[in-house]
Ligand binder design. Structure first.
Ligand SMILES: Nc1nc2c(ncn2[C@@H]2O[C@H](COP(=O)(O)OP(=O)(O)OP(=O)(O)O)[C@@H](O)[C@H]2O)c(=O)[nH]1
Ligand SMILES: [Mg+2]
Length: 428
């Protein structure tokens, strides 16, 4: 059987067999293994890999040496040879030793789900910040596994699991990797510092921020494009967007807010990636309102929604005001549409439906203008108390320890225009 030679032609597409192992642990995790495998297929496709076959094994536990059962390894070898595959991609994370053993037995490149995701990010990273974050995540992932990758890393330069950001090759020497990680962390600290400064400036100027978040491919960038007329990349692929993009967005009442599109989430988002992307993801923490976009036509939409909620929680943004946009209604079955909640913060929409876009604008305006906040204002600041009555609607007022506690519904940005920073008086 003919084998691809990567050393002479790095542009040849990887040809892969996908492998998943369904253990009791996987079953308990609540993740549907078949769906996860479908998703792996899409990830492979996004990474430019041609999928030749998939293989599933059911087993109580994983094998510590081979991950899958020894007999299954032989079966996989036969399939690989028959189809001329160059890679085996596993849907679960492998240890360094498992990678090494499988590489030796199968003589193809061994990649796991995490590495595949990291590789897609490496292909997509364009900004300096994105590139630093991806490389840091990749090296943090690789370092403890390096012995398992030594052979293939040096033999295969350009393919999945070995690609550094911006088409450079990943460093493979352990000592150099350590040095590089230190260097990248330093650079990232610098980026974080800049971001914080920028953020503080924005906050001081009282700009209201709305963030689009959601599972990958839910339609976040499409909504940014439709709502804020932004010229951003929309693609029917996973992780089309990597770096947050912000645009001015004018609400029906003329108020300007900033709408930010963010990187999509996915189940089992690699830990190293979340850690490295904290600087980027923390933009979400600064938002006054989150628009959580869900692909309502996905059979897994509830699970996807939960994954996103979990990650928001991890980022400390779990308690933020949120509007859920069930997108792609045009692709939903009738049953799918009937099961969706409909109220002030749950909407069923299509990003391509003008009337729906209008409903979103109105809902966001309502949320932002109509936010009810409790302030504690020192009794001697009659000017602020008067401002609250003049500009907002006071729902309740009481005297607490010489302060005036007021529950007010008002538009903070209007107050800020008059030089008042009401946030300082907000009750925590
Ligand atoms: N039919 C239909 N397709 C939609 C709708 N909204 C978005 N899409 C399509 O869904 C695909 C993904 O859209 P994106 O806006 O790139 O999704 P995203 O959430 O930004 O995805 P990532 O950046 O990859 O995380 C594109 O092919 C869009 O054209 C919709 O309401 N209906
Ligand atoms: Mg996008």
């Amino acid at each position: 059987m003919r084998k691809m030679n990567y050393e002479t032609n790095q542009n040849i597409r990887d040809r892969a067999v996908l492998v998943t192992l369904i253990t009791d642990e996987v079953k308990r995790s609540g993740i549907d293994p078949q769906y996860s495998l479908d998703e792996l297929f899409q990830l492979a496709d996004t990474a430019g890999v041609e999928v030749l076959a998939t293989m599933t094994q059911q087993r109580d536990t994983k094998d510590s040496k081979w991950f899958i059962g020894k007999g299954k390894v032989q079966e996989l070898k036969a399939v690989i040879e028959e189809l001329g595959a160059t890679t085996a991609i596993f849907d679960q994370e492998l240890s360094g030793a498992q990678v090494r053993n499988l590489e030796e037995a199968l003589d193809v490149k061994i990649v796991d789900r995490t590495q595949l995701i990291l590789d897609i990010f490496a292909q997509r990273a364009k900004t300096r910040e994105g590139i630093i974050q991806v490389e840091l995540a990749q090296l943090s992932y690789l370092l403890p596994r390096l012995s398992g990758h030594g052979k293939n890393l040096s033999r295969l330069g350009g393919g999945i699991g070995t690609r550094g950001p911006g088409e450079t090759k990943l460093e493979t020497d352990r000592r150099h990797i350590r040095g590089r990680i230190t260097d990248l962390k330093r650079q990232l600290d610098e980026v974080v510092r800049h971001r914080n400064l920028h953020r503080e400036r924005r906050k001081k100027s009282g700009v209201i921020q709305v963030a689009l978040v959601g599972y990958t491919n839910a339609g976040k960038s499409t909504l940014l494009r439709q709502l804020a007329l932004a010229d951003v990349l929309v693609e029917n692929q996973l992780f089309a967007t990597l770096d947050p993009t912000s645009r001015q967005w004018e609400l029906p009442n003329g108020q300007e807010v900033v709408l930010t599109d963010t990187v999509g989430f996915i189940q089992n988002l690699p830990h190293d990636l979340v850690a490295a992307f904290r600087a980027t993801l923390e933009e979400v923490n600064e938002a006054d309102l989150i628009l959580h976009v869900v692909d309502a036509s996905s059979p897994m939409r509830e699970d996807q929604k939960n994954v996103v909620e979990d990650i928001l929680q991890q980022l400390g943004a779990g308690a933020k005001n949120e509007i859920v946009l069930y997108n792609k209604k045009d692709m939903c079955t009738q049953e799918q549409r009937q099961l969706l909640p409909q109220n002030d913060n749950h909407f069923t929409i299509s990003a391509y439906d003008e009337a729906d876009l209008d409903r979103i604008r109105q809902a966001v305006q309502r949320q932002l203008v109509g936010q009810t906040v409790t302030y504690r204002i020192p009794a001697d600041r009659g000017d602020i108390i008067a401002l609250a009555y003049r500009m907002g609607e006071v729902l309740e007022q009481a005297v607490v320890d010489d302060d005036v506690a007021m529950q007010v519904r008002l538009d903070k940005s209007q107050a800020e225009l008059h030089g008042y920073k009401l946030d300082d008086y907000q009750e925590k």
